[in-house]
Design a protein around this ligand. Structure first.
Ligand SMILES: *Cc1c(COP(=O)(O)O)cnc(C)c1O
Length: 244
């Protein structure tokens, strides 16, 4: 088990390196985030103990279940799933440093209130639905800039960039337009010079399409399957849950 995970990590790091060379990018500008949904704390530890420090969960329940087991090992927690406002306290209690899935004003407002009361701040990425799939979370690209402007007014929220889950397709060339939409949005937002907004991070690309994402400017690639193996639950369980 350990050998597998470490071997897979090595392969992923090589893929990232090769993709960076191909697009003449600095390998230090692309971070590897391990998407750990359904992965046991024991297996996550193997990666953390070998120098991989950035992990993320999709569901609050899993985050809470693994938190105690992992907190003794230094690492950074992001959150990449749909977040209900009544679970905000949990991501604060579990030391999430960045919410990558901020996709609506109501969530930003409630998160701000909670952070403000506790005297804390949090990094956030705005999640954009670039694939036009009704079932996926994320703000529509046409409304994204407006949301960024509104969220920027909350001093506890530090906007660092954008996140997207691309089109679910085995053909990477079909996913590329999604990544381009995110990159274009980033450029537009940078031009607007909105106070309290940084637009450095583009979180996009997963196990099957990280090379394409890096070519299109990804600074964070989120990898699960290619490191930890296939999951029993389909991704729809995490991405297409009932929208409110
Ligand atoms: C599961 C997941 C990933 C990783 O997907 P893999 O195909 O397993 O690499 C990335 N981003 C999000 C939001 C996820 O839920």
């Amino acid at each position: 088990m350990k050998e597998n995970i470490l071997h897979n990590l090595e392969i992923i790091n090589n893929r990232i390196k090769t993709a960076c060379e191909k697009s003449e990018r600095n390998v230090d500008d692309v971070k590897l985030l391990l998407a750990t949904k359904t992965v046991s704390a024991e297996r996550i530890k193997i990666a953390l103990e070998n120098g991989h420090t950035l992990i993320a969960e999709n569901k609050v329940q899993e985050l809470r279940e693994k938190h105690d087991d992992l907190k003794s090992i230094s690492h950074q927690n992001h959150f990449i799933g749909h977040l209900q406002t009544n679970k905000i306290k949990d991501i604060l209690n579990c030391d999430v440093s960045c919410l990558q899935s901020l996709d609506r004003f109501e969530l930003a407002m409630k998160l701000h209130q909670k952070l403000f009361a506790e005297g804390k701040t949090m990094d956030v990425l705005i999640q954009v639905n670039t694939s036009d799939e009704e079932s996926k979370f994320g703000i529509h690209p046409d409304s994204a800039i407006d949301l960024v402007i509104k969220v920027s007014k909350f001093q506890t929220l530090k906007i660092k960039g954008l996140m997207t889950i691309g089109l679910f397709s085995a053909e990477t060339e079909k996913v590329r337009p999604c990544f381009k939409i995110l990159k274009n949005l980033q450029q537009k937002i940078i031009q607007q010079k909105i106070p309290n907004v940084e637009m450095k991070e583009l979180s996009m690309g997963m196990s099957s399409d990280l090379e394409t994402a890096i070519e299109e400017g990804a600074t964070i690639v989120r990898v699960g399957t290619a490191v930890f193996g296939a999951r029993i639950y389909p991704d729809s369980y995490y991405w297409h849950e009932n929208k409110k």
